[in-house]
Design a protein around this ligand. Structure first.
Ligand SMILES: Nc1ncnc2c1ncn2[C@@H]1O[C@H](COP(=O)(O)OP(=O)(O)OP(=O)(O)O)[C@@H](O)[C@H]1O
Length: 238
């Protein structure tokens, strides 16, 4: 269970996040949406250890992890996937998955089995021998999610995972996340602009605007919320 209680962060005079709270049970998915500059990335950065909150607390499994550095947060089980690529293009898909598996301390034979298991989970079994550079964009994103799972992450922080994907890759990503949750109890916080994708995840949604939570709940309720509609319409017309 990840419990975020009233975290805030300012950059100079800009209040990027103000009193943002969120509770994520194990094996749950939460989407965070909001217009440009709403504070979504800042919020994720506070969870991943890339940014230290000015105030508020972050607790994971009843431990206060507020302000922990990235590597310590990652070791505790919370890992982040950025939009920019972070795999090894010159290595094969299997080798890319092997790197994080070996980092968990797995020995060779067990490691190979773990690589095959993760590849199956992220739909890359047929590509294990291929250089990662040869994968189409969408599948590189799945590889990166696989690399996080291979580290035995408990909470995935995904920053616009479907950016640049085809429609098929986007629906494949939704199925992939559902599979990881159902089969392995992995939890995820997903930042997204693609509302059809958010709907397909069928999870609670948090809406940020100017650093504050303005709505929270199922997508159907959030989409009907007057303030949310005003914020998104305002963005379209600006
Ligand atoms: N390192 C920083 N230094 C100064 N200002 C920052 C920094 N990071 C974010 N901000 C400001 O904080 C506010 C929130 O930015 P943030 O990137 O978290 O929003 P976002 O919702 O992720 O936006 P987008 O959807 O465009 O990525 C913005 O006004 C942004 O300019």
């Amino acid at each position: 269970m990840l419990v975020v209680d009233q975290v805030s962060k300012s950059f100079g005079g800009v209040r990027a996040a103000t009193d943002v709270s969120l509770t994520l049970p194990g094996g749950a998915v939460r989407c965070v949406v909001g217009p440009n500059g709403a504070g979504k990335s800042t919020f994720l950065s506070m969870l991943s250890g890339h940014t230290r909150p000015d105030s508020g607390t972050i607790r994971f499994h009843d431990r206060d992890i507020t302000g922990w550095p990235v590597h310590r947060v990652a070791r505790a089980g919370i890992v982040r996937k950025f939009q920019r690529p972070s795999f090894y293009p010159e290595l094969s898909v299997a080798e890319n998955l092997l790197v994080p598996v070996l980092a968990t301390g797995a020995r060779r034979r067990r490691a190979r089995a773990a690589v095959e298991e993760v590849a199956g989970q992220v739909g890359l079994t047929d590509a294990l021998g291929a250089p990662a550079a040869h994968l189409p964009h969408g599948r590189t994103q799945w590889l990166e999610i696989g690399m996080l799972v291979a580290r035995r992450a408990e909470v995935l922080l995904l920053d616009e995972p479907t950016a640049g994907m085809t429609a098929d890759e986007t629906s494949g990503t939704s199925a992939l996340i559902a599979r990881l949750v159902a089969d392995h109890g992995v939890a995820a916080i997903v930042i997204e602009h693609d509302m059809a994708f958010v709907r397909s995840l069928d999870c609670p949604v948090t809406v940020l605007h100017l650093g504050r939570v303005i709505a929270e709940g199922p997508m159907s309720a959030v989409e009907a919320d007057e303030q949310v509609r005003a914020v998104y319409l305002g963005e379209e017309h600006s």
